[in-house]
Write a protein that binds this ligand. Sequence first.
Ligand SMILES: Cc1cc2nc3c(=O)[nH]c(=O)nc-3n(C[C@H](O)[C@H](O)[C@H](O)COP(=O)(O)O)c2cc1C
Length: 353
Amino acid sequence: MSNLFEPYQIRDLLVRDRFMRSATTSAYADEKGIVNDTIIKHYERMSRGEVGLIVKGHLYIMDNGKAHKGMAGISHDEHIPMLKKLTDAVHKHDGHIVAQINHAGVTYQPDRAGPSNYSEEDWTAREMSTDEIEAIIEGFGDAAERAIQAGFDGVQIHGAHGYLISQFLSRDVNKRNDKWGGNLKKRMRLALDVYDEVRGRIGNDPVLIKLNSDDFSPNGFTVEDAIQVAKALSEKGIDLIEISGGGRGRKPELRERARHPDHPEADFAGHAEKIRKAIKPTPMALVSGFKTLAAMEKAVEEDLTDMVSLSRPFIREPGLVANLKKDQKEATCIRCDACRANFGVAMMQCLLE
Ligand SMILES: Cc1cc2nc3c(=O)[nH]c(=O)nc-3n(C[C@H](O)[C@H](O)[C@H](O)COP(=O)(O)O)c2cc1C
């Protein structure tokens, strides 16, 4: 049996295998951002199903950082008790779980604010003040502390998918000319400052980040940028970088540039290989597209990545890892995307018969 099913060390945390459940929001939280028993049951099922490291769907760090209706929060102490119930349910079955902490930036409504004045089709966002940026950095720190109080084994900073940190990283969205924008060094400052703040608050507990390898926009954040950001985070001591892709202004056809001929299942394998070389030995996970056990084994055996990360397959099969360990050869999810077609309304359900 391959080492996919053997334990893997992330800082002082020994996770039972190399499968990661990538953050997947359910949009089932109540209007105060509090999770419920339906969500908790899903997490418990995944842990019983032997996922090594679960990343909780993104949690807003401040009330003005909420990305969509039904998103769960970690902006107030009142969020802690139900999150504690959720982490207890995961730990009961020997799983581990980190909290993905996020700020929506220009996605938050109605007061859309981001690095710079910005518009997309039918909406506009205003530029944030320095005071607002500093409050957000502190907000990430407060959220990280609450995550540990709620029993999470660490945190994952959401630095991908067009939310605030990825907005700052994009040269297309971030047009500032103060210390937060301009060249890449300045555009990555928010990511690095958030990392320092979170590390300062939670000490030796694992701090991870989900980072775009490319935002697939014509003039945004490229793999060359991603290599520099990943390197800087790695030099600071980040515990794991999960490689993803897709930010503001993305064009689906540009995703082709991230592919790898030897790893056709994993959407961002070509970019991941380049980032991997630049950051080794910092632990890395790779998400998007994995379906067959053979492709996941190959990715780990050939050292493309340390962990394989999946999202949609666990919506359909929370027990997937245990089944792959027995005799199942591949996930039955066909990535039809019905689970996210109605973003912010009803996600945590597979609509496939
Ligand atoms: C319903 C749904 C919710 C998601 N929520 C999040 C989220 O909260 N945070 C995040 O970083 N990515 C989120 N994603 C993206 C996934 O984590 C993952 O990066 C993407 O689906 C590709 O992986 P896959 O091919 O294994 O599904 C979500 C995806 C889906 C389908």
